[in-house]
Design a protein around this ligand. Structure first.
Ligand SMILES: *Cc1c(COP(=O)(O)O)cnc(C)c1O
Length: 438
């Protein structure tokens, strides 16, 4: 079937959609809807693929860091610890969650373009290994807190190599105007490097870049790696500074639609590895310890959201609506940036595709016209209240971007592992939603 866009999807003899071999109709009965499912076996496979590929390409010092903003809750950090991954964190909440389950925070990299003094202190007190520093002001703030504590903080500097990943061109201005990082092209990257080297309570471990997300072309990573390595050689020549680490960021693409390409992680990492090794030899640089920061490509394809269909509204000559029991509160990505998703009926998957179809908007139940999960979805004309609807590839940036708008409680997260299922995050209750109200 064309819409089985990831190899953990299948349809069983009852014509029910399965994830990781498990029947979604039974899971919906057991846990209720709306429901986030995450295929843990798939998440572990993605981690192992990155770990193995990076070690083969860049040696034993290489480490993938799971960008945990893609999906952050206690169990995911336990899994990352068991798999030997590092992590990216971007807030005190993520640091607290990882810390709560004993994740070794010396393998954590703290991002964000605006860390407050309180954030900096919180992260240092919990032993976050690295701060990825965005700008000069932040350098001063981290130096100040580290000096008050009498410690030395390891840092990477976030630089913008000036690549626009979606035109596949290194353009002179593209991304230089980004909110994130310091631009190589304007000389600010060199300035901030020289400055960081003068600060006694900071240890500059190396450099970081992240050019974008949902990138399928290995060339984008090759080009940014080349710009970063040339910058490293320049810093060695001009300032006698040799970076130990180079973090190439995340951004590997995943399939939301059948027409999206399949990205081979191992092959792409290998290609980047060959190019980085060759360029290091050419520039006379020792191979730095390489970091990559996959988020989406670790968890997206492991995920699926299940909903129960409610009102079906046909406005003759205009539009059809299929309403579900969730919406922009559990998946705001269409509302935010019109993200495409594949939507299927899970309780009669192949039969539904064989029937006469209508085009519809799949919408949620928030008081907001923009509460749309997807437009131009093909559904059988018989779709009705009680059908089970699945949105595929929702493992990344869904639960982590969810909200309580309209005071709607969040769905639970159920993990699928080795043919079993278990709760990783409980369903919120209406009482949970008002627990901080005084
Ligand atoms: C979001 C982000 C990532 C992860 O990007 P994906 O597209 O999810 O792989 C990695 N690094 C940084 C700095 C990010 O902001």
């Amino acid at each position: 079937m064309k819409n089985m866009i990831c190899d953990n999807l299948s349809v069983n003899e009852k014509d029910h959609l399965c994830l990781g071999g498990q029947d979604t109709v039974l899971l919906a009965e057991q846990y209720g809807t709306p429901l986030y499912l995450l295929d843990e076996d798939r998440i572990r496979l993605q981690c192992r693929t990155y770990l193995r590929a990076m070690r083969e390409a860049f040696g034993e010092a290489a480490l993938p860091l799971y960008a945990s903003k893609a999906a952050s809750f206690k169990q995911i950090y336990r899994i990352m610890q068991e798999e030997g991954m590092g992590i990216d964190v971007v807030s005190v909440g993520e640091i607290c969650t990882a810390h709560a389950v004993g994740f070794p925070l010396e393998r954590a990299y703290f991002h964000s373009n605006n860390k407050t003094d309180a954030d900096i202190l919180y992260a240092m007190e919990r032993g976050v290994g690295y701060f990825v520093v965005d700008n000069r002001e932040e350098l001063d703030a981290i130096e100040r807190v580290a000096s008050e504590k009498g410690s030395v903080q390891k840092i990477l500097l976030r630089l913008t190599p000036g690549i626009d990943p979606h035109t596949y061109e290194a353009v002179s201005t593209g991304n230089v105007d980004s909110k994130f990082g310091s631009a190589i092209e304007t000389g600010q990257a060199e300035e901030i490097t020289a400055y960081a080297l003068t600060l006694p309570h900071l240890h500059l471990a190396g450099f970081h870049c992240h050019v974008g997300s949902q990138v399928f072309d290995a060339d984008v990573f090759l080009r940014s790696a080349e710009i970063m390595l040339r910058f490293m050689a320049e810093m060695r020549d001009k300032h006698g500074y040799l970076a130990e680490e180079l973090d190439l960021g995340g951004g590997f693409g995943v399939r939301y639609l059948a027409e999206d390409p399949v990205m081979n992680i191992a092959d792409t990492v290998k290609t980047v590895g060959e190019s980085v090794q060759a360029l290091c030899r050419q520039l006379g640089l020792p191979l730095p310890a390489i970091r990559m920061e996959p988020g989406r490509s670790i968890v997206a394809e492991a995920g699926m959201t299940l909903y129960t269909v409610g009102t079906v509204k046909q406005i003759p000559g205009y539009k059809n609506y299929v309403s579900v029991d969730g919406g922009m509160t559990d998946n705001p990505r269409f509302a935010l940036y019109r993200s495409p998703y594949t939507v299927l009926l899970a309780n009669r998957t192949e039969k539904a595709e064989a029937e006469e179809q209508m085009r519809c908007s799949v919408v949620g139940r928030c008081c907001e016209s923009g509460d749309i999960l997807q437009e131009n979805v093909k559904m059988p004309k018989t779709v009705a209240r009680g059908d089970l609807l699945a949105v595929l590839t929702t493992g990344a940036y869904n639960y982590s971007m969810s909200s309580n708008y309209n005071r709607i409680p969040r769905p639970p997260v159920v993990m699928l592992a080795g043919g079993e299922s278990y709760l990783a995050v409980k369903r919120e209750t209406p009482e949970d939603v008002c627990r901080n109200d005084l």
